[in-house]
Write a protein that binds this ligand. Structure first.
Ligand code: THU
Length: 125
């Protein structure tokens, strides 16, 4: 899929966000190295720490379907001033070989980041 289509899929997933506590509605769509896509949204909980971000939910869906290499992650958010993946999601992206991160900027288009810009010195074992 091209970048605009991946962002559209992320925006579609965002509609399902469960975010009654923060009001931040986030959707993510990941594309695997072999071209399959998986989408998810953030899911919050009354016990706040149990919340999962949209990016990790989408990556885990891809992994559960058997994928270990995820080339791209597209993110679309509402209710966040400057959406960017959090540090925890970046570490998970690193585990599964994410190379590019696309962020929906609405009328300002799509920001496209090389993963190494966002997490230049990842933790590795
Ligand atoms: N959130 C995401 O889903 N992805 C991000 O990249 C940043 C934050 C969610 C988690 C929580 O539900 C809400 O946004 C506010 O932190």
């Amino acid at each position: 899929m091209d970048d605009a289509e991946l962002i559209r899929e992320a925006a579609r997933a965002r509609e399902k966000a469960h975010a009654p506590y923060s009001g931040a509605m986030v959707g993510a769509c990941v594309e695997t190295g072999s071209g399959e896509t998986y989408s998810a949204c953030n899911v919050e909980n009354a016990s706040y720490g149990l919340t999962i971000c949209a990016e990790r939910a989408a990556i885990f869906a891809a992994v559960a379907a058997g994928h270990k290499r995820i080339g791209k992650v597209a993110i679309s958010a509402q209710g966040l001033e400057n959406p960017m993946p959090c540090g925890a999601c970046l570490q998970v992206m690193r585990e599964f070989a994410v190379e590019r991160v696309l962020v929906d900027r609405g009328d300002d288009g799509i920001d496209s980041y090389d993963f190494t810009e966002l997490l230049p010195r990842p933790f590795k074992l």
